[in-house]
Design a protein around this ligand. Structure first.
Ligand code: PLP
Length: 405
């Protein structure tokens, strides 16, 4: 009998969407239980609605977007992305350097598949957005995790990055604004990282999907704008800023010196053609969406949902004895610390599972983001204030009687 096991490469893939906690949540849901899902950054189920104008435009375009597009995407979409790149201070991006994708997710995988050979290393943050580690691993490479420092607003620890560069390192992933920490990196840190990439000939992979979800009137700096001489692949999309995660709409653009990476660009072109193209109706609204900033901004100012929910969750979590958290500056995630001594916690996945079983609330344990110590978890603060309050009350109540060992 042949044995059809899943690929052993998948053993190393650790998502926030699989494992014993998700299995238990699915079991509870199948038994009719109502679970509050604070584990996935999907705005639609929490009453966020995409701008009506965008939906109207997509509807209007349906009949003209029935066929495949160019494998890189509609020219009009790529022109809009070029314009947006310029606006962000990124020089030299042409329509030919832009690839649209079925979400940023598809392009993360594609960008790693096209680059890595066995033994190649990519520097990935810890904590990370786990798709990055998964994609590096699936492409046959090794993800080497560099630390982000909670005591310094969760900024990347540049000294740690330096220590982890080897002669096998091909690139560095920067997720800014960050999932899961909600951190927004200052220009100075980005400049230091650029300098390291320059000295060591690294490609920069800049995941900037949350760049339009920045709070407190702060400015997002695209790392590619600081590195005009370095090959940088910048990722962005409409899932979060325009609340259309289900339409699967993302892109990546290459800029900087490509002269030493002709083979890599060929590989990307090949992989892009192999999937024919990305969702064409969704591509058709990239231009209008990028001209439509106000709708998103409304969510981010006092009185706006993301702002008010951020204010609440930060305060409420810090009020729970044994929990502390850094104030998130962007996106809609918070990555609190739990006092593991106080609660005897040795296994963060068990903590999240115990909480789920007792309170029907789904969190993600820090280990799901390649965070080594069992002392963190992530909350997606998309639900409305009332639900967030219930969640925080239940967490406080649960912890008041919790001891793992
Ligand atoms: N990058 C980061 C940092 C994310 O948090 C996400 C989704 O949560 C993605 C990429 C993927 O987004 P999408 O595939 O919907 O464009």
């Amino acid at each position: 009998m042949r044995n059809f096991e899943k690929s052993s490469k998948l053993d190393h893939v650790c998502y926030d969407i699989r494992g014993p906690v998700m299995d238990e949540a699915n079991r509870m849901i199948s038994q009719g239980m109502d679970i509050l899902k604070l584990n996935i950054g999907n705005p639609a189920p929490f009453g966020f609605q995409a701008p009506q104008e965008l939906l109207d435009r997509m509807n209007e375009n349906l009949s003209s977007t029935e066929g495949y597009s160019d494998s890189k995407g509609l020219l009009s979409a790529r022109q809009a992305i070029v314009k947006y790149s310029r606006k962000k201070g990124i020089e030299g991006v042409t329509e030919d350097d832009v690839y649209t994708g079925n979400g940023v997710s598809e392009l993360i995988t594609l960008s790693m598949q096209g680059l890595l050979n066995p033994g190649d290393e990519i520097l990935v943050p810890s904590p990370d957005y786990p798709l990055w580690t998964a994609s590096v691993t699936l492409a046959g490479g090794a993800a080497v995790h560099y630390m982000c420092d909670e005591n310094a607003e969760w900024y990347p620890d540049v000294q740690d990055i330096k220590k982890k560069i080897s002669d096998r390192t091909k690139g560095i992933v920067i997720i800014n604004p960050n999932n899961p920490t909600g951190s927004l990196y200052p220009r100075e840190i980005l400049e230091e990282i650029v300098e390291l990439a320059r000295q060591n000939g690294l490609i920069i992979f800049a995941d900037e999907i949350y760049d339009r979800l920045v709070l407190d009137g702060q400015e997002h700096v695209s790392i590619a704008s600081l590195a005009p001489d370095l090959l940088t692949v910048t990722f962005n999309g409409l899932s979060k800023s325009h609340l259309i995660a289900g339409y699967r709409c993302g892109w990546m653009s290459l800029c900087g010196d490509k002269s030493f990476a002709k083979g890599y660009v060929e590989g990307i072109n090949l992989l892009s053609s192999m999937r024919l193209c990305s969702n064409v109706p969704a591509q058709s609204v990239i231009g209008p969406a990028l001209d439509m900033e106000e709708e998103t901004k409304k969510l981010l100012v006092p009185g706006g949902r993301v702002y008010e929910q951020r204010e609440y969750i930060h305060r409420a979590l810090n009020d729970i004895p044994g929990i502390t958290c850094v104030r998130p500056k962007a996106a809609f995630y918070v990555f609190p610390k739990i006092n593991i001594k106080k609660f005897g916690i040795y296994d963060d996945e068990k903590f999240v599972l115990d909480f789920l079983k007792e309170k029907q609330i789904l969190l993600t344990h820090g280990g799901g983001f390649h965070w080594e110590r069992p002392d963190h978890f992530r909350i997606v603060y998309l639900p409305e204030l009332k639900q967030l309050k219930t969640a925080c009350d239940k967490l406080g109540d649960f912890l008041s009687g919790y001891r793992q060992a």
